[in-house]
Ligand binder design. Sequence first.
Ligand SMILES: Cc1cc2nc3c(=O)[nH]c(=O)nc-3n(C[C@H](O)[C@H](O)[C@H](O)COP(=O)(O)O)c2cc1C
Length: 181
Amino acid sequence: MVLILLMIMEGEPVNVNEFQELARQALPKMYYDYYSGGAEDQYTLKENVEAFRRITFRPRILVDVSRINLSTTVLGYKISAPIMVAPSAMHKLAHPEGGIATARAAAASNTIMVLSSVSSCTIEEVASSCNAIRFFQLYVYKNRDVATQLVQRVERNGYKAIVLTVDVPMLGRREADIKNK
Ligand SMILES: Cc1cc2nc3c(=O)[nH]c(=O)nc-3n(C[C@H](O)[C@H](O)[C@H](O)COP(=O)(O)O)c2cc1C
């Protein structure tokens, strides 16, 4: 499906907006709305985009650019550039390989895969599918035993850090998802 759409676009997508358009065409509306939508009137979603637009690069001229190195470290782990895969839920809605494929892409890009607590692939599947440096995003559920067991599983499977979510006392009211139910 994606290959056909690439041909329609006459050439490979060259930026995130073009990838988003391909996703809109390829995915069932319900899944596209889930991935692309935000909560309530989506002010925060828009502001996230605007905030990045306000950041501009300061040009530095007449400097040696023959050796450019964007690599950095996160908690002591070296990555190729200051970009990581943020935790996001249920990648299998978009592709049968789900988070396993995402983790492989992270490994190929020499960056860190942060696996979501609500991934559609298990902690073990993602761990055994590639050698990406892996962190695990944790929601602390009311039943603390669930969190304990998750932490034990991620430790056993070589995940290097817990990305602790502290700002979701309740889920956002996502209006598109309510309509698509
Ligand atoms: C479809 C979708 C699913 C997400 N699922 C999770 C999740 O399971 N756990 C989590 O901690 N954050 C989740 N997030 C939040 C992202 O990790 C990220 O913090 C958020 O999208 C803000 O970054 P952005 O402005 O680059 O999109 C999700 C975001 C999206 C768009």
